[in-house]
Design a protein around this ligand. Structure first.
Ligand code: SF4
Length: 267
Protein backbone atom coordinates (compact mmCIF):
# COMPACT_ATOMS: atom_id res chain seq x y z
CA UNK A 1 0.00 0.00 0.00
CA UNK A 2 1.32 3.46 -0.91
CA UNK A 3 1.43 6.09 1.80
CA UNK A 4 2.44 9.70 1.07
CA UNK A 5 3.43 11.98 3.94
CA UNK A 6 1.57 15.27 4.31
CA UNK A 7 1.81 18.09 6.81
CA UNK A 8 -1.12 19.49 8.81
CA UNK A 9 -2.22 21.57 5.80
CA UNK A 10 -2.41 18.49 3.58
CA UNK A 11 0.74 19.43 1.63
CA UNK A 12 3.19 16.72 0.60
CA UNK A 13 6.41 16.75 2.66
CA UNK A 14 9.55 14.61 2.67
CA UNK A 15 9.08 11.34 4.52
CA UNK A 16 12.09 10.91 6.85
CA UNK A 17 11.56 7.18 7.43
CA UNK A 18 12.92 7.61 10.95
CA UNK A 19 11.69 9.00 14.26
CA UNK A 20 13.67 11.00 16.74
CA UNK A 21 11.20 10.49 19.61
CA UNK A 22 9.75 7.47 21.40
CA UNK A 23 12.94 5.47 21.14
CA UNK A 24 13.77 2.95 23.86
CA UNK A 25 16.85 3.42 25.99
CA UNK A 26 17.47 1.06 28.90
CA UNK A 27 19.26 3.82 30.80
CA UNK A 28 16.55 6.44 30.63
CA UNK A 29 14.95 7.40 33.92
CA UNK A 30 11.75 8.36 32.17
CA UNK A 31 9.15 5.57 31.90
CA UNK A 32 9.00 4.20 28.35
CA UNK A 33 5.37 3.50 27.43
CA UNK A 34 4.86 0.25 25.60
CA UNK A 35 1.33 -0.41 24.45
CA UNK A 36 -0.56 -3.63 23.94
CA UNK A 37 -0.31 -3.00 20.19
CA UNK A 38 3.50 -2.81 20.35
CA UNK A 39 3.62 -6.00 22.42
CA UNK A 40 1.51 -7.59 19.70
CA UNK A 41 4.07 -6.34 17.14
CA UNK A 42 6.78 -8.09 19.17
CA UNK A 43 4.80 -11.34 19.05
CA UNK A 44 4.43 -11.01 15.27
CA UNK A 45 7.98 -10.05 14.32
CA UNK A 46 10.80 -9.30 16.75
CA UNK A 47 12.88 -7.70 14.02
CA UNK A 48 10.32 -5.06 13.04
CA UNK A 49 9.56 -4.43 16.72
CA UNK A 50 13.28 -3.86 17.41
CA UNK A 51 13.76 -1.59 14.39
CA UNK A 52 10.74 0.44 15.46
CA UNK A 53 11.23 0.74 19.22
CA UNK A 54 15.05 0.70 19.48
CA UNK A 55 16.19 2.16 16.15
CA UNK A 56 13.29 4.53 15.53
CA UNK A 57 12.38 3.20 12.08
CA UNK A 58 9.07 4.86 11.16
CA UNK A 59 6.42 2.53 9.73
CA UNK A 60 4.28 3.87 6.87
CA UNK A 61 1.14 5.41 8.29
CA UNK A 62 -2.13 3.53 7.97
CA UNK A 63 -5.61 4.89 7.35
CA UNK A 64 -7.95 4.78 10.35
CA UNK A 65 -10.67 2.15 10.61
CA UNK A 66 -13.42 4.73 10.81
CA UNK A 67 -16.43 2.39 10.43
CA UNK A 68 -15.09 0.03 13.10
CA UNK A 69 -14.32 3.00 15.35
CA UNK A 70 -17.84 4.27 14.85
CA UNK A 71 -19.45 1.04 16.08
CA UNK A 72 -17.09 1.18 19.09
CA UNK A 73 -18.07 4.78 19.82
CA UNK A 74 -21.79 4.06 19.52
CA UNK A 75 -21.55 0.99 21.74
CA UNK A 76 -19.60 3.04 24.25
CA UNK A 77 -22.43 5.59 24.35
CA UNK A 78 -25.00 2.84 24.98
CA UNK A 79 -22.94 1.23 27.71
CA UNK A 80 -22.25 4.57 29.36
CA UNK A 81 -26.00 5.16 29.79
CA UNK A 82 -26.23 1.78 31.57
CA UNK A 83 -23.07 2.57 33.56
CA UNK A 84 -24.58 5.80 34.79
CA UNK A 85 -27.85 4.16 35.87
CA UNK A 86 -26.19 0.86 36.88
CA UNK A 87 -28.69 -1.09 34.83
CA UNK A 88 -28.04 -4.11 32.59
CA UNK A 89 -27.44 -3.52 28.88
CA UNK A 90 -30.01 -5.03 26.46
CA UNK A 91 -27.51 -7.65 25.24
CA UNK A 92 -27.21 -9.17 28.72
CA UNK A 93 -30.84 -10.30 28.71
CA UNK A 94 -30.57 -11.58 25.13
CA UNK A 95 -27.47 -13.55 26.11
CA UNK A 96 -28.88 -14.91 29.38
CA UNK A 97 -26.45 -12.94 31.55
CA UNK A 98 -27.77 -11.88 34.94
CA UNK A 99 -26.40 -9.70 37.75
CA UNK A 100 -23.96 -7.93 35.44
CA UNK A 101 -23.67 -4.17 34.89
CA UNK A 102 -21.04 -1.94 33.27
CA UNK A 103 -18.33 -1.17 35.85
CA UNK A 104 -18.58 2.39 37.11
CA UNK A 105 -15.04 3.27 38.15
CA UNK A 106 -13.53 6.79 38.26
CA UNK A 107 -10.73 5.66 35.93
CA UNK A 108 -12.94 4.04 33.27
CA UNK A 109 -12.28 6.83 30.74
CA UNK A 110 -8.52 6.59 31.33
CA UNK A 111 -8.62 2.83 30.90
CA UNK A 112 -10.43 3.25 27.59
CA UNK A 113 -8.05 5.92 26.32
CA UNK A 114 -5.54 3.78 24.45
CA UNK A 115 -3.66 6.76 22.99
CA UNK A 116 -2.88 8.66 26.16
CA UNK A 117 -3.38 6.39 29.16
CA UNK A 118 -4.97 2.91 29.20
CA UNK A 119 -4.58 0.47 32.08
CA UNK A 120 -0.95 0.72 33.13
CA UNK A 121 1.60 -1.46 34.85
CA UNK A 122 5.34 -0.77 35.32
CA UNK A 123 7.26 -3.84 34.17
CA UNK A 124 9.63 -4.84 37.04
CA UNK A 125 13.41 -4.45 36.54
CA UNK A 126 12.91 -2.07 33.65
CA UNK A 127 11.81 1.45 32.83
CA UNK A 128 8.93 0.08 30.74
CA UNK A 129 5.37 1.12 31.46
CA UNK A 130 2.96 -1.38 29.90
CA UNK A 131 -0.32 0.12 28.74
CA UNK A 132 -3.52 -1.23 27.22
CA UNK A 133 -6.70 0.63 26.23
CA UNK A 134 -9.65 -1.63 26.92
CA UNK A 135 -13.03 -1.25 25.18
CA UNK A 136 -15.15 -1.89 28.25
CA UNK A 137 -15.24 -3.41 31.71
CA UNK A 138 -18.33 -4.93 33.30
CA UNK A 139 -18.75 -6.26 36.80
CA UNK A 140 -20.37 -9.44 38.06
CA UNK A 141 -22.25 -8.10 41.07
CA UNK A 142 -22.41 -11.24 43.27
CA UNK A 143 -18.66 -11.99 42.94
CA UNK A 144 -17.47 -8.40 42.36
CA UNK A 145 -15.19 -9.76 39.63
CA UNK A 146 -14.43 -7.63 36.60
CA UNK A 147 -15.37 -8.83 33.13
CA UNK A 148 -13.07 -7.66 30.34
CA UNK A 149 -14.79 -6.81 27.06
CA UNK A 150 -13.57 -6.12 23.55
CA UNK A 151 -15.88 -4.80 20.83
CA UNK A 152 -15.32 -6.21 17.34
CA UNK A 153 -16.94 -5.24 14.04
CA UNK A 154 -16.87 -7.47 11.00
CA UNK A 155 -18.82 -8.60 7.93
CA UNK A 156 -18.31 -12.32 7.92
CA UNK A 157 -20.40 -15.15 6.46
CA UNK A 158 -19.26 -17.75 9.01
CA UNK A 159 -21.73 -18.70 11.76
CA UNK A 160 -21.37 -16.36 14.71
CA UNK A 161 -20.74 -19.07 17.29
CA UNK A 162 -18.00 -19.27 19.93
CA UNK A 163 -16.38 -22.31 18.31
CA UNK A 164 -16.15 -20.71 14.83
CA UNK A 165 -15.14 -17.35 16.19
CA UNK A 166 -12.46 -18.54 18.59
CA UNK A 167 -10.96 -21.15 16.25
CA UNK A 168 -10.49 -18.67 13.39
CA UNK A 169 -6.72 -18.24 13.03
CA UNK A 170 -7.20 -14.56 12.21
CA UNK A 171 -8.66 -14.17 15.73
CA UNK A 172 -5.64 -15.57 17.58
CA UNK A 173 -4.42 -12.01 18.09
CA UNK A 174 -7.83 -11.02 19.52
CA UNK A 175 -7.51 -13.64 22.23
CA UNK A 176 -3.99 -12.49 23.08
CA UNK A 177 -5.33 -8.94 23.24
CA UNK A 178 -7.84 -9.90 25.95
CA UNK A 179 -5.22 -12.00 27.78
CA UNK A 180 -3.03 -8.91 27.96
CA UNK A 181 -5.82 -6.67 29.29
CA UNK A 182 -6.64 -9.24 31.97
CA UNK A 183 -2.95 -9.37 32.90
CA UNK A 184 -2.87 -5.58 33.34
CA UNK A 185 -6.00 -5.55 35.52
CA UNK A 186 -4.67 -8.38 37.67
CA UNK A 187 -1.39 -6.52 38.13
CA UNK A 188 -3.48 -3.57 39.32
CA UNK A 189 -4.97 -5.86 42.00
CA UNK A 190 -8.39 -6.31 40.46
CA UNK A 191 -10.11 -9.66 40.67
CA UNK A 192 -11.06 -10.69 37.12
CA UNK A 193 -13.77 -13.13 36.02
CA UNK A 194 -12.43 -16.18 34.18
CA UNK A 195 -14.73 -15.36 31.25
CA UNK A 196 -14.16 -12.33 29.05
CA UNK A 197 -16.40 -11.36 26.12
CA UNK A 198 -16.05 -10.27 22.54
CA UNK A 199 -19.02 -8.10 21.66
CA UNK A 200 -19.20 -8.91 17.94
CA UNK A 201 -21.18 -6.74 15.50
CA UNK A 202 -21.50 -8.63 12.24
CA UNK A 203 -22.63 -6.67 9.18
CA UNK A 204 -25.58 -8.34 7.43
CA UNK A 205 -24.86 -8.81 3.71
CA UNK A 206 -28.17 -10.42 2.80
CA UNK A 207 -30.25 -7.23 2.31
CA UNK A 208 -31.84 -5.62 -0.78
CA UNK A 209 -29.51 -2.64 -0.81
CA UNK A 210 -27.78 0.00 1.25
CA UNK A 211 -30.53 2.69 1.49
CA UNK A 212 -28.37 4.75 3.85
CA UNK A 213 -27.97 2.13 6.56
CA UNK A 214 -26.17 -1.05 7.41
CA UNK A 215 -27.68 -3.68 9.66
CA UNK A 216 -25.74 -5.80 12.11
CA UNK A 217 -26.26 -8.96 14.10
CA UNK A 218 -24.83 -8.68 17.59
CA UNK A 219 -23.46 -11.54 19.63
CA UNK A 220 -21.47 -11.98 22.81
CA UNK A 221 -18.71 -14.53 22.36
CA UNK A 222 -17.43 -15.78 25.73
CA UNK A 223 -13.70 -16.39 25.99
CA UNK A 224 -11.82 -18.15 28.81
CA UNK A 225 -8.66 -16.11 28.95
CA UNK A 226 -5.18 -17.42 29.65
CA UNK A 227 -2.42 -15.16 30.96
CA UNK A 228 0.08 -17.96 31.71
CA UNK A 229 2.20 -17.19 28.64
CA UNK A 230 2.60 -13.45 29.18
CA UNK A 231 5.46 -13.22 31.73
CA UNK A 232 7.70 -15.40 29.57
CA UNK A 233 7.02 -13.30 26.48
CA UNK A 234 7.54 -10.04 28.38
CA UNK A 235 10.94 -11.31 29.58
CA UNK A 236 11.83 -12.23 25.99
CA UNK A 237 10.71 -8.80 24.85
CA UNK A 238 12.92 -7.12 27.45
CA UNK A 239 15.90 -9.20 26.32
CA UNK A 240 15.30 -8.16 22.72
CA UNK A 241 14.96 -4.48 23.68
CA UNK A 242 18.20 -4.58 25.68
CA UNK A 243 20.15 -6.48 23.04
CA UNK A 244 22.47 -4.94 20.47
CA UNK A 245 21.67 -7.66 17.95
CA UNK A 246 19.01 -7.39 15.29
CA UNK A 247 16.52 -10.26 15.78
CA UNK A 248 15.39 -12.58 12.99
CA UNK A 249 12.57 -11.57 10.69
CA UNK A 250 9.31 -13.45 10.16
CA UNK A 251 9.70 -15.65 7.09
CA UNK A 252 5.98 -15.37 6.29
CA UNK A 253 6.02 -11.59 6.08
CA UNK A 254 5.05 -10.29 2.64
CA UNK A 255 6.43 -6.83 3.43
CA UNK A 256 9.91 -8.20 4.03
CA UNK A 257 9.73 -10.39 0.94
CA UNK A 258 8.69 -7.32 -1.03
CA UNK A 259 11.59 -5.18 0.23
CA UNK A 260 14.16 -7.97 -0.32
CA UNK A 261 12.94 -8.61 -3.88
CA UNK A 262 12.77 -4.93 -4.59
CA UNK A 263 16.31 -4.18 -3.40
CA UNK A 264 17.56 -7.11 -5.54
CA UNK A 265 15.70 -5.80 -8.59
CA UNK A 266 17.08 -2.30 -8.09
CA UNK A 267 20.70 -3.32 -7.47
S1 SF4 B 1 9.48 -9.78 8.49
FE1 SF4 B 1 10.47 -7.84 7.89
S2 SF4 B 1 8.91 -6.36 7.22
FE2 SF4 B 1 7.93 -8.17 8.17
S3 SF4 B 1 7.48 -7.50 10.14
FE3 SF4 B 1 9.47 -8.52 10.22
S4 SF4 B 1 11.12 -7.06 9.81
FE4 SF4 B 1 9.08 -6.15 9.36
Amino acid sequence: MLSLKRNGKGEFVDAPGKRSRNIYSPNSEKPFKLSRGKFSDFLTCQRCFYLDRVKGLASPSMPGWSLNSLTDDLLKKEFDVCRETQTPHRIFDESGLTNIVPFNHPDIDKWRDSLHHGVQYPLPNSNILLTGGVDDVWIDLPTQKLIIVDYKSQANSQPLTPSYYLSNYYHEGYKKQIDFYVYLFQKNNFSVSSTAYFYVCNGIKDTDGFYGKMLFNEKLIPYKWDTSWIDTKLNEMLEVLNSENLPDSNQSCENCAYSVQRSQMES
